[in-house]
Design a protein around this ligand. Structure first.
Ligand code: PXG
Length: 285
């Protein structure tokens, strides 16, 4: 049976799951999304993902046509229909189709799309040996232009930085904010470890407040590792002992160099290893 895609309460074969070319999600990137994972049939922090989705929608004046409770049921139903337990779930809400022109009032029927598919991880090698990343010259969106806290369908800012990374042979790139401070990577939040303390940029550094990030901050507390949200510069990363990234897709992944400069010993560090193991334990129950 082909993969079943949810669109507005109905399931369609992957090949026939289609929306209009007049949808403003396509025409203008006018919409919001979430990327989440399920482990053993349970969506990790579903409530937080849905809170963020509905907040992102509110921030762009988009009314999601179903309640959060219904959305949660529909996400789980999409997993069940596809007999998926360990899956990657992509939830998209577009502004809907309308006439040409930016005016959102000329659209109707926001489209709610839920895709549940198997997960394509980074190669295991990256988790064992760590990523080498570069600093992108593309600056993270100015919060007053388009708040990075909105998980919108406008990802070109991140994609441009991702292209810079890929052109330099790296699968991730560090993005600085408009003040030149460390913000995040293109689809992951960043942490460093210095003298046993973990540090990550604060919410107002122009980042997406990652759900995995928050899970790591919670775990640090449980493990008795001191963690602070604090402004970081590239200098702090260069002189850090360890570095790692977090995201629903990547989970927790070590970083061993920035701009060809080794971080710490240039190897996956002890605190990172401990947090990776604790995260694995957390998500697998
Ligand atoms: N920063 C940015 C810019 C992101 O897009 C994160 C941080 C990590 O947030 P979470 O809540 O996942 O810990 C993200 C997450 C996709 C996809 O399908 C994108 C993300 C996560 C999963 C899938 O492109 N971005």
């Amino acid at each position: 049976m082909s993969l079943q895609i949810y669109i507005n309460g109905e399931f369609h074969d992957k090949e026939n799951a289609k929306i209009s070319v007049y949808d403003h999600g396509l025409l203008y990137g006018d919409g919001v999304f979430e990327g989440m994972r399920s482990y053993s049939g349970k969506v990790f922090r579903l409530e937080q993902h849905l809170d963020r989705l509905y907040e992102s929608a509110l921030a762009i004046c988009l009314t999601i046509p179903i309640s959060k409770e219904q959305m949660a049921l529909d996400v789980n139903k999409t997993l069940q229909v596809n007999s998926l337990t360990n899956a990657y779930i992509r939830l998209v809400v577009t502004r809907g189709s309308g006439s040409l022109g930016l005016d959102p009032n000329r659209t109707s029927n926001p489209q709610v799309i839920i895709i549940a598919d198997s997960i394509s991880l980074y190669p295991e090698e990256y988790y064992q040996n760590g990523l080498k990343i570069i600093t992108a010259s593309t600056v993270r969106s100015h919060p007053a232009a388009l708040s990075p806290r909105i998980k919108s369908l406008n990802y070109l800012n991140n994609i441009m930085a991702k292209i810079e990374g890929l052109q330099a042979g790296c699968v991730e790139a560090l993005m600085l904010n408009h003040k030149g401070e460390v913000a995040e990577c293109t689809g992951d939040n960043i942490f460093i470890v210095k003298n046993g303390t973990i540090l990550t940029p604060p919410k107002d550094a122009g980042i997406l407040e990652g759900i995995t990030r928050n899970a790591i901050l919670d775990l640090a507390k449980v493990l008795g590792v001191v963690a602070h949200e604090t402004t970081l510069t590239r200098h702090d990363v260069f002189v850090a002992d360890e570095c790692f990234l977090t995201g629903s897709a990547a989970e927790v992944i070590p970083v061993v160099s920035l701009d060809s400069r080794p971080i710490g010993q240039g190897k996956v560090g002890a605190v990172t290893t401990k947090l990776m193991a604790a995260f694995k334990k957390l998500v697998h129950g």
